[in-house]
Design a protein around this ligand. Structure first.
Ligand SMILES: Nc1ncnc2c1ncn2[C@@H]1O[C@H](COP(=O)(O)OP(=O)(O)OP(=O)(O)O)[C@@H](O)[C@H]1O
Length: 490
């Protein structure tokens, strides 16, 4: 649809954009990214013909842009510029209607039904219908921005060029506008080229991204090929971190602030609060946590870890709501706390620390093994999970990479399984050695301070600590559980 071939150009012979080429297919959205002054707006001006290229060409449907009359071109391409100097002394309706100029025929133009429909539709799409008779100067910056977008849409062109369309818009209107543009592209074949300052928005809404640096193309491709941690850090000169969007396959970035919280946090068993109701750890600085807990599972940052002792007849169907009530009732922040549940009495928890040369860990385990299962034989049974759970926490005084977090989970699970074998814990149905229970939960947390620990497999220092630590602590917790059962107070 739109082809830009080796285009160069700038202002009064100052070359800004140099040798830029790309192609945008019908119905595609291309986002132009780059730091201030990298030439994004100049590139848009070269494409729209506002400034004459010194080299290269722009083609629409394989036809050179130069060969279009200005009215013909306006039917093909609509432009939303960054600044709107002559915006005022018009009503909203009149401003949007200006977008129909290219469709007027003859010297005495007539306003057709089609013109009226296009204006009404554009005002509706951008949510400015309610302001139709209001003068532009009485609107907020964001409302004016939406009117100008309506004007560009009313033009009903095949290509839409936008320069920071979400500038001035709050998050709700950003979403509304970009959802609408995306829909116009996908459903009605509108081709869009838009400058973005917000890399995350560009990644969410664009099919392709073009990253500019000093007037040249630094990278061009799908969002996952352009939004790369090192590339963005280098081009923008700002330390960023990339992460996956939690719901859709689009990369996102976040800034890394210079002023991090540097208070040293070291977790040790003495900091655990063990009451009748729970085993609790509070830390000064949040821990990075990955867990299969019942409350705040997954990956996140939390100041409080809770392994809550519940009665055997606890109603698990209402667990989310009940947990929330429990936390609120005890003045514990629901958004800052990870919660596990156990039917084992808190006093039977084993909490121990293990020290290496580079890091240390604390392991806390409650081991209710009355209903242990052999995972390799559970396909032979069809009963529901019974209460009886091994809850394992591993807290590392150190900085784990993502890879190390997952390796720590594997290492801890293997060590737990070995502890069950050591203690001859068996599946009551198959009489084979159990590998865990039906509802085991695991938590790996780290202070994320100090030099990064890249791996946590069994032959790394932290892996060795986790292997020995989880094994010893689980064995101790199982023995305490067995003892209590014998005495009848477990
Ligand atoms: N009208 C102009 N006359 C002369 N130089 C200009 C003009 N407009 C922009 N420039 C220069 O061209 C270079 C690129 O500017 P441009 O506006 O294209 O960058 P940009 O990537 O859109 O920046 P921003 O993110 O700040 O909007 C800058 O060095 C700028 O000073």
């Amino acid at each position: 649809m739109l082809k830009v071939e080796h285009i160069s150009g700038g202002y009064s012979h100052i070359p800004v954009v140099q040798d830029v080429s790309f192609h945008v297919g019908k119905g595609m959205v291309l986002g132009i990214l780059g730091p201030n002054g990298s030439g994004k707006s100049t590139l848009l001006k070269l494409i729209s013909g506002v400034i004459e290229p010194t080299a290269g060409a722009v083609l629409i449907d394989e036809r050179p842009m130069k060969s279009f009359s200005s009215k013909e071109l306006a039917k093909k391409m609509a432009v939303l510029p960054q600044l709107h100097a002559n915006a005022f002394s018009n009503s909203v309706y009149d401003t949007v209607s200006l977008g129909r100029y290219p469709h007027q025929k003859g010297f005495f133009s007539t306003w057709s039904k089609e013109d009226e429909q296009a204006v009404e539709r554009a005002m509706e799409q951008t949510g400015v219908l309610q302001y139709r008779n209001t003068m532009m100067e009485f609107l907020s910056g964001g409302e004016q921005q939406r009117v100008f977008i309506a004007q560009a849409l009313a033009q009903c062109s095949q290509v839409l060029l936008l320069d920071e369309p979400t500038n001035h818009l709050d998050i709700s209107h950003q979403k509304q506008l970009l959802d609408m543009i995306r829909k116009e592209a996908t459903e009605n074949g509108l081709t869009v080229v838009s400058v973005f300052h917000d890399i995350n928005l560009a990644s969410l809404y664009c099919d392709g991204l073009l990253l500019m640096e000093n007037g040249q193309v630094k990278a061009h491709g799908a969002p996952h090929e352009v939004v790369l941690q090192q590339q963005i850090t280098e081009v923008y000169g700002a330390q960023v971190s990339t992460y996956a969007h939690p719901e859709i396959p689009k990369p996102q970035i976040t800034m890394m602030p210079e002023q991090a919280d540097e208070r040293q946090t070291l977790v040790s068993p003495e900091q655990f609060d063990i009451t009748k109701e729970y085993i609790r750890l509070d830390t000064r600085r949040p821990l990075k946590v990955i867990s299969s807990a019942v409350h705040n599972a997954g990956m996140g940052w939390y100041n409080t870890l809770l392994n809550r002792s519940i009665p055997e007849d606890y109603n698990i169907d209402n667990v989310q709501e009940e947990t929330l009530q429990f936390l609120k009732g005890n003045g514990i922040s629901p958004t800052n706390t990870v919660v596990m549940l156990t039917a084992v009495a808190s006093k039977l928890a084993a909490v121990r620390s293990f020290k290496g040369n580079q890091c240390s860990i604390t392991v806390a385990v409650t081991a209710g093994v009355g209903n242990a299962v052999d995972v390799t034989r559970t396909h032979e049974r069809n009963d529901l999970p019974h209460i009886g759970t091994i809850n394992t926490w591993v807290i590392v005084n150190g900085k784990l990479s993502d890879e190390a977090f997952f390796q720590a989970m594997i290492t801890a699970t293997e060590a737990k399984t070995k502890a069950l074998a050591e203690e001859d814990i068996r599946d009551s149905h198959t009489c084979t050695i159990a590998t865990g229970t039906a509802t085991d939960s695991l938590l790996i947390a780290a202070t994320q301070q100090g030099k990064e620990i890249p791996y946590a497999g069994p032959i790394t220092e932290v892996g060795k600590l986790i292997g020995q630590g989880v094994f010893d602590t689980t064995v101790q917790a199982i023995r305490q559980y067995k003892q209590a059962k014998i005495k009848g107070n477990g």
